[in-house]
Design a protein around this ligand. Structure first.
Ligand code: SAM
Length: 327
């Protein structure tokens, strides 16, 4: 993590700038999503497990999700190549052609597998990299992007204004709020087909290299110790906000087992014991197989998958776990 981080260019399908992809390919980049998916056989599941179910037995017999949201493109330089991206160009309306981010942070969005017409809640959305990735699929019917921080929500709005045309940013399509995500579980119970819970965490790569306001400072000990509880509460809220059969993806950019697997396991038991909600962990091993040319995954976690920073593929850390609400 002390070496320079690798980025990916998330292609902005709202931009009319031509030639962005060709130019990036000419520099040696490739779209890891298309390439890794065509290398492995894409099995489209015949039934969407999140179409509303009245009978819970239907949900339990739903097939495993093994498809990838189409239309999201993220270009990366090959393994071992640490070239930098040029800044994105604006099109004639000022909309930028691509957004630079840790390519591994697109994986939780891909795992969420948004289908056309679905409603999506992005519970901790700012500054908005994953929100923008969610919008690229053009299949979201309604996206609610929320974040507790007023200033970070301001950054989210600015990013969306730079990447999404005004006419697509109306309240009907994208609802932006600044609320404690823990409140949304009860308030918006059983409302969403998909919920992304990208929680505040120790942001390990950032903490390893940036001194300022570092979460590992003694003055922030209490806040750091409270993180796992906050993460559990946010994940439980996300589970509560999902419809029966809906999918929830929990993600962090931490290596900590306490903030990753332990949080998921604890949230599953809180949801069951305190709210009577049963959730099932979805297998993401196919994901690690499909994207193993691009990312280095940690072996054998009990729930979820973790992208480990690696000298030849210095992305991450990104942990993700996919859950399905069963009742
Ligand atoms: N998903 C974002 C992205 O891809 O750009 C990154 C999210 S960041 C890891 C975690 C976010 O959680 C921070 O922006 C923080 O302000 C927000 N947050 C912290 N506590 C929260 C709470 N109780 N409810 C909602 N958001 C919260």
């Amino acid at each position: 993590m002390l070496c320079e981080q690798k980025y990916g260019a998330l292609i902005n399908s709202f931009s009319s700038a031509s030639g962005e992809i060709t130019d990036l390919e000419a520099e040696g980049c490739r779209d890891f999503i298309t390439i890794d998916c065509s290398r492995n056989e894409v099995h489209k599941s015949s039934q969407d497990p999140t179409t509303p179910h009245n009978d819970s037995s239907d949900v339990e017999s739903a097939p495993l999700q093994t498809s990838i949201t189409p239309d999201i493109k993220c270009l990366v330089f090959p393994r071992g190549d640490i070239s930098r991206f040029k800044p994105a160009r604006p099109d004639s309306s000022g909309i930028l052609g691509y957004y630079l981010l840790d390519a591994a942070s697109v994986l939780p969005v891909l795992a969420l597998d948004v289908r056309p017409g679905q409603t999506v809640l992005d519970l901790c959305a700012a500054p908005g990299g994953k929100t923008l990735a969610l919008l690229q699929a053009h299949s979201v019917n309604h996206l609610w992007a929320n974040d507790l921080s007023v200033s970070r929500t301001g950054r989210l709005r600015k990013i969306l204004q730079s990447y999404v045309p005004k006419e697509c940013l109306d309240e009907e399509n994208i609802h932006i709020t600044c609320i404690d995500g823990r409140e949304l579980g009860m308030r918006e119970e059983k409302s969403f087909d998909r919920v992304l819970v990208d929680v505040p965490c120790t942001t390990d790569r950032h903490s390893a290299v940036v001194e300022e306001n570092n979460i590992f400072k003694r003055s922030r000990t209490k806040e750091r110790q409270k993180l796992p509880l906050l993460q559990i509460q946010l994940l439980v809220a996300g589970i509560q906000a999902a419809r029966q059969g809906g999918l929830i993806v929990y993600s962090t950019c931490s290596l900590s087992q306490l903030q990753n697997e332990c949080v998921v396991q604890q949230a599953i038991s809180v949801a069951q014991e305190e709210l009577g909600i049963t959730v099932q962990v979805q297998d993401l091993r196919w994901f690690t197989q499909r994207f193993s040319d691009t990312f280095h995954f940690a072996p054998q976690l009990s729930v979820g998958e973790l992208v480990l920073p690696h000298l030849c593929a210095n992305f991450g850390p990104i942990y993700m776990c996919k859950l399905q609400r069963m009742n």
